[in-house]
Design a protein around this ligand. Structure first.
Ligand code: UD1
Length: 349
């Protein structure tokens, strides 16, 4: 059996790192197709080396442009490859433009499609990621959820129950494998206490007024607790473009093991990333989420993750830092990859 995995952005490399080995163990061959969405060594190539992911057989080098242009270019390029490869199943992860392009290309070429991290919803219909995940779920044949509750979200939307498999969370698998190997950036001079900050979502950084509000709020917070921020290239560009100064220790985008090390040393995590919200929880750190909604409902319910806006960031920080949090297991047992691979094999045998 052959699977064609389409990936392109940093969080997808992390999930592929957890899954590829399990596919191999089940005797499933895998063709990796990298769209090129992320392309800086710190955002892409280094993850392959660090996490031991096989080099992709195809590299489309498609990045930049508007979301529409990017998705359209990926879609067109993927068709030829998928027709050439004739895989039994096409696999996509998460909610990026690479996910949607991969999903659409697969189904339009007539190949079965599996979506990993299915059922997530922010219920913000105009959010780029929400569009990508809703549409990918809608056309998938196999939908793998990270937690049981996402099954009912999918069935409510009309997805047949027998297409949904709750296998747990691939990011938790990788976290479990790598936590003991965590490290720290060699060039960072970390304060004794600090908040680990990441901010990159387009709804937070692309508009000058919105980003200014965040920078003001974060700079106010930095008076109480120093901020350490591995800076996403999108945010870097926007800060420069709008002439804004973020009062934080700025680092290059961090390799996986260093993100784990930074989480470990931090007092809390402040982020708008989907993945880092979960990794903070895995590392037993409270998290302030810089958004109006999180698709990780169980994190919000745990109380260890709280939404905030620029007006209440400081107040929310003061509250969350003094509360006690319980980090009950939410995302499986670290064996999700194996379960996904076995399910795929069973479905196609
Ligand atoms: C994408 C995902 C987002 C995910 C994030 C993880 C979509 C719609 N968004 O957002 O859900 O949380 O990846 O990081 O797919 N850039 C570089 N070098 C790179 C990558 C990006 O310079 O290696 C710059 C480019 O100017 C690019 C911009 O950042 O245009 C935005 O990158 P893009 O991949 O379009 O979206 P992300 O913001 O990374």
């Amino acid at each position: 059996m052959k699977v064609a995995t389409i990936l392109g952005a940093r969080p997808q490399f992390i999930k592929a790192a957890a899954l590829s080995k399990a596919l191999e163990n089940e005797g499933i061959s895998e063709v990796l197709i990298h769209t090129g969405q992320h392309y800086d060594p710190n955002m892409s190539g280094n993850f392959f080396t660090e996490l031991g992911i096989n080099p992709p057989q195809y590299q489309l080098n498609i990045h930049g442009g508007t979301d529409v242009q990017q998705t359209a270019r990926m879609l067109a390029s993927l068709e030829d490859i998928l027709r050439e490869e004739q895989a039994d199943l096409v696999l996509v992860f998460g909610d990026t433009n690479s996910t949607l392009a991969g999903a659409l290309a697969a189904k339009k070429c007539g190949f079965p499609l599996a979506h990993i991290e299915a059922g997530m919803r922010s219920y913000l219909p105009n959010q780029a990621e929400e569009i990508n995940r809703v549409l990918s779920d809608r056309i998938s044949d196999l939908l793998f959820t990270s937690a049981e509750r996402y099954r009912s979200i999918l069935t409510t939307e009309g997805i047949p129950e027998n297409q949904i498999f709750n296998c747990g969370d691939l990011m938790y698998d990788l976290f479990q494998q790598k936590w003991e190997k965590r490290s720290l950036p060699a060039d960072a001079h970390l304060p004794k206490q600090f908040a680990l900050l990441s901010i990159h979502r387009q709804e937070n950084v692309d508009s000058e007024s919105k980003l200014s509000e965040w920078v003001q709020a974060l700079n106010d917070l930095a008076i109480e607790i120093p901020l350490v921020c591995p800076l996403h290239p999108r945010t870097k560009q926007r800060l420069e473009q709008f002439g804004l100064h973020l009062n934080a220790q700025i680092l290059e985008p961090s390799p996986y093991l260093e993100i784990l090390g930074l989480i470990d040393k931090s007092s809390l995590v402040i982020t708008d990333s989907g993945g880092l919200q979960k990794e903070a929880y895995f590392g037993k750190k409270a998290c302030l989420t810089l958004r109006d909604a999180s698709e990780w409902l169980e994190l919000l319910e745990s109380g260890a993750n709280r939404l905030c806006n620029a007006n209440n960031l400081l107040e929310q920080y003061r509250k969350i830092i003094k509360d006690q949090h319980i980090f009950a297991p939410l995302y499986g047992d670290g064996q999700s990859a194996q379960r996904i691979a076995k399910t795929i094999k069973k479905q196609f045998s």
